[in-house]
Design a protein around this ligand. Structure first.
Ligand code: ZN
Ligand code: ZN
Length: 371
């Protein structure tokens, strides 16, 4: 067996060191992006307990229901050299974990998305231990991507770009958003993802609703259409990209709106560099949109971090003091929405490098006019 190129044991070492530095005796991590980040195991979120136990100064071990043990062993976690402990249906996995931890455990941290009933069971099994959130140590590790993670995000970006490049095959007048969305969802899988995470096709007035998904509205000639799509690749890393299309002839008013938006989005992606705060990056796009009279119609933050989750830290939001650092990956997705009329959004994933940003979505950002 050889280690997975992405999920190597140094992630466990880095997390254990960070836990020790934070004064924590152990991290308790259930199914979700944190567990996948640490072990590569994409565990099912079940009522039965699956939990990576990562003591600050002992070997990590993974506790899984006995029936899930073959799946855990077959995942990259099986190649990490950690013990994978199966528990039987009549055993108490919380007591099993408590018995394997040192008696002097004073503080543990559960992952931020652990089910409340499981966190409560740990509180009972470890009554002497203070319980904190593991995000305080895992957040920093997940936010600053290592080169192998950036490469995984680059592959995800290329995969969703291939779907946008094919939009003319599906998006045309006379088809409903739902029909178009079904074709896009299939293409997301065909073009290099194992899961379709979301498909937004907002046509005509629906393009003015940022999180509109799909409806039975039939696309009409002259409609602007916002298409925001994303999926998860086999590696676990996510894609997310928005392009705005017009079916037929765009109106001069819409062209003006789009010109303002495109200039703002380009300025923002060009501005990405270490040392800039997330709030400053938000302002780079928001100020020209406001100056053009559309400020009240840019109704959401500029973007969100992306990695093993589609939405994670850092958030690019007005006033945020978070300082951009090399390895941070996030969306830059300003939008202008005229309620009841139409809207537009342009979204690229950008990675902050040592000297500037790298866009991971490379399809043209010009307005795409489809016949
Ligand atoms: Zn998006
Ligand atoms: Zn996004």
């Amino acid at each position: 067996m050889s280690a997975h190129p992405l999920y190597t044991a140094d992630r466990l070492d880095r997390a254990a060191k960070a836990a020790a530095a934070a004064g924590l005796d152990a991290l308790l991590v259930g199914p979700g992006a944190d567990l996948r980040f640490l072990t590569g195991y994409d565990a099912l979120p079940l009522e039965r307990l699956t939990c990576l136990v990562l003591p600050a100064s002992r070997d990590a071990f993974l506790v899984v229901p006995a029936l899930e043990r073959p799946a855990a062993l077959a995942s990259p976690a099986g190649d990490l050299g950690i013990e994978i402990v199966g528990w039987g249906e009549s055993e108490d996995p919380y007591a099993l974990i408590a018995a394997r931890l040192p008696h002097t455990v004073a503080a543990v941290a559960v992952d931020n998305h652990m089910w409340a009933e499981k966190a409560a069971a740990f509180r009972e099994a470890l009554p002497e231990a203070r319980q904190e959130l593991a995000g305080q140590v895992l957040g920093a590790l997940r936010t600053r991507k290592v080169p192998a993670e950036v490469e995984a995000l680059r592959r995800a970006g290329a995969a969703i770009d291939r779907v946008h490049s094919r939009m003319g095959e599906w998006l045309r007048a006379g088809r409903s958003e739902r029909e178009v969305g079904r074709d896009i969802a299939a293409a997301i899988l065909d073009e290099g993802h194992v899961r379709t995470d979301f498909v937004i096709v907002g046509s005509g007035p629906n393009s003015a609703s940022p999180h509109h998904e799909l409806s039975d509205r039939v696309v009409e000639h002259g409609d602007p259409v916002v298409v925001d799509i994303g999926g998860t690749t086999a590696d676990g890393y996510c894609s997310d990209s928005t392009r705005t299309y017009v079916v037929g002839e765009p109106s001069p008013e819409f062209l003006r709106l789009y010109e303002v938006l495109l200039a703002a989005q380009c300025a923002q992606t060009d501005a990405v560099r270490p040392g800039l705060t997330s709030g400053e990056l938000d302002a780079v796009g928001r100020d020209p949109i406001t100056a053009a009279g559309f400020g009240a119609h840019f109704i959401h933050r500029t973007g969100h971090g992306i990695g093993l989750d589609t939405h994670e830290e850092p958030y690019i939001v007005s006033g945020s003091p978070v300082v951009l650092e090399p390895g941070m990956a996030f969306s830059v997705e300003p939008g202008i929405y005229l309620e009841g009329k139409y809207g537009a959004r342009i979204e690229d994933i950008v990675v902050c490098g040592e000297h500037g940003g790298e866009r991971l979505n490379l399809t043209s950002r010009e307005l795409r006019v489809l016949p």
